[in-house]
Design a protein around this ligand. Structure first.
Ligand code: ZN
Length: 425
């Protein structure tokens, strides 16, 4: 039995086709479908032209391709084993390890990633900084890219996703119950891959998983609000991770906070609120801040002035004294537990009676040491946050683009990334 297996494995000296491999043709970011049958079962990448074909035994697509095109080396996209066809023997050689690594990057020392300021070189000679690479826009998917870029900055989540293990099935290409986590883990590892063949990554497979699991709420070709995506994504990722491991708490550990609020219901048939509030508690994964609805001021020259406000002022909504009024009453919020990473949402898009409006108010904020103990009058606690990512929208309520500012904490260098375009700021 052992001898039989050995016969099917050849080493470099014995496989004459190793030199025919074209690494610049290889791209493992796209959906693993056979280019002929469109099946996702048992798919191999041709290491000469980069195309995907199903099967490797006689008369399968990969087998036929090897005869028709004289291309002989194929890698199984599920287990990364490399075979020579049509002879059908496995090729084991250290010089092919980089190809297997690019399909399925693995990491030992994450501290090296965090301390890194050295750029890597792609096959085309361009340089890139691992972790700070552009993502392809797959048609109006800028909202998706900025969310994934932001989530990749959260170190405990990133580290967890990098090391997350999945049981691979020999027959099924993926498990629907952990599809998002699997694809997000792959994308995270590709974004941080220091040996990437390209200086950018396509989020194609994760976006397809999101489209499938969200019932097309988020999809290619239709721009959505990144905040809606973050809420949906974290909620569904949390469910999947609980499915994989019932005691998993990574999403809550990173983002979950608690707040308490006093709710004064409106008086019936009179103006005003009931004097005794209902006290309620709830957990949160993000805080929304309301921008002042001040109309554009005009100065003496009739030039429109855009109002400006500090984040410290806006966050007073949660100081336990400030009133937040809505149709169902008045609330006063107090944060009772602060999350490790706080997601803050400035509500810029408001739907009026006729159309969507964008509030252009400029919000000023410190890059480091946003002191919430001071803004919220916390006497006992010292609560400070540093900014690590900032998603912004450029344009009008009808037409606009999303981009993100992210920080390399190794040297405090900030980058602006808009899909594939990255620049220092
Ligand atoms: Zn080929």
């Amino acid at each position: 039995m052992i001898d039989e297996i050995k016969k099917k494995v050849k080493y470099n000296q014995q496989c004459p086709y190793i030199a025919t491999i074209c690494r610049h043709m290889l791209d493992f970011d796209f959906e693993k479908l056979c280019s002929v049958t469109l099946s996702n079962l048992n798919v191999y990448a041709c290491l000469i032209c980069g195309k995907y074909y199903q099967g490797k035994s006689i008369n399968t697509q990969a087998y036929i391709h090897s005869l028709e095109q004289d291309h002989h080396l194929f890698m199984n996209l599920q287990n990364t084993k490399i075979y020579c066809l049509p002879d059908n023997y496995e090729v084991v050689d250290h010089s092919l390890e980089d190809i297997q690594y690019n399909l399925d990057p693995k990491f030992n020392n994450l501290k090296e990633l965090d301390d890194n300021i050295e750029e890597s070189r792609a096959l085309d000679g361009t340089t890139f900084l691992p972790g700070f690479v552009g993502l392809n826009n797959l048609s109006k998917s800028d909202y998706f890219n900025v969310v994934m870029q932001a989530l990749c900055r959260i170190k405990p989540l990133r580290n967890f996703m990098i090391f997350l293990q999945f049981q691979k099935s020999a027959t099924e290409p993926f498990d629907y119950n952990c599809l998002l986590s699997q694809r997000f883990s792959e994308l995270t590892r590709k974004i941080w891959n220091p040996r990437n063949y390209k200086g950018h990554v396509s989020p194609h497979e994760l976006l397809q998983a999101v489209t499938l699991k969200s019932n097309k709420q988020f999809k290619i070709g239709q721009q959505s609000d990144p905040m809606h995506l973050i809420i949906w994504f974290l909620d569904n990722l949390k469910k999947e991770l609980l499915h994989i491991n019932k005691i998993n708490t990574i999403i809550s550990d990173c983002f979950q906070g608690e707040l308490q609020y006093e709710w004064y219901k409106p008086l019936k048939n009179a103006i005003g609120y009931q004097p005794i509030p209902i006290i309620e508690q709830k957990s949160f994964f993000y805080l929304s801040l309301d921008l002042p609805s001040t109309p554009l001021q005009k100065d003496g020259s009739q030039k429109a002035l855009i109002p400006s406000i500090s984040i410290q002022e806006l966050i007073k909504k949660y100081d336990g004294f400030t009133n937040t009024d809505s149709a169902d009453g008045r609330r006063r919020y107090t944060i009772t537990k602060f999350p490790k990473y706080m997601i803050i949402h400035m509500k810029r898009f408001i739907k009026n009676n006729f159309f969507m409006e964008k509030n252009p108010t400029i919000v000023t904020f410190p890059l480091n040491d946003l002191d919430l103990s001071q803004c919220l009058n916390l006497e006992q606690q010292n609560v400070k946050y540093n900014l690590i990512a900032n998603i912004c929208h450029e344009g009008t309520a009808k037409v606009g683009i999303y981009k993100i500012h992210v920080k390399n904490e190794a040297n405090n260098q900030w980058f602006q990334i808009q899909d594939l375009h990255k620049q220092n700021i």
